[in-house]
Design a binder for this molecule. Sequence first.
Ligand SMILES: [Zn+2]
Length: 309
Amino acid sequence: MEIGVGTYLKKINRSLIISKIIEHGKISRADLSNITKLTKATISLQVANLLGEEIIVESQQEYNHVGRKPIMLSLNAGAGYAVGVDLDYQKIIFTVSDIMGNPVYSDTLKLEKSNYDEVLQLLIDHIREYKEKYSTSRFGIVGVVIGIHGTVKSEQTIGFVPQHQWYNKDLKGDLEKKLGMNVIIENNANLCAFAEKVFNRHQSENLISISMYSGIGLGVLINGNLVKGYQGYAGEIGHMIIDPNGELCNCGNSGCWELYASEVSFFKQLSKKLNKPKLTYKDIENLIMLRDPAVMIQMEEFVSISLLV
Ligand SMILES: [Zn+2]
């Protein structure tokens, strides 16, 4: 379908207006016109449409001076929701956020299996639940983003997930077929870098973000774009070999950095030292308060090995 110039311009203006409302949180029509350099008539028409579609809402600004309180425009946070999924090794964390990115619900599921079809079914069941739960909002669940602890190719298929031993899986395609909604899959460290930009460092187009959870990942953002490298291999620093004669990693190599410096490795090594098979965050916190020598040494080692690069 061919789009006319007028329609195209309207679309661009609409995105510009929405992006400025998001950036400022609350903004008046007059300020929108000043910032975007669009005429007051254009702003007025576009804002009326956005209000009609319930994408934005009006509110009155608290104002101490005499006179009319300015009418402010902001995004209608509850108009729609998005599901974020952290598909980790032994757990899956689901977070539902409103369209402003505020988390409204979170659930952690213990994951005791690695079979792709079984994990896929778990994801489908949970996401369907949220789809139903939030169906009464204007746009319902508008999309799903899945953070993968492994390589994701440019066409959004999984290359390799070492901890589950998954190769070449089309998780996006499999989920979209069953759920009938938009699904984005991306490496979790890349998503962390992107979140840093969106939520914390709006002005920064260039940054790196290191995530240390079950593994170690690096997200790189250059000129506002994620750098993924060949087949999504950029940023796989957790599998950098620091001891060629070291422990065997599930990526197939030996002595990878994340075997010694990830959160999982910290818990594993400490469990062995203390002869306590199951350690929780609370246990560690208590032991640190008591300045337990084994924990203090382990912490020292963890910090120094984490600072290797
Ligand atoms: Zn490895």
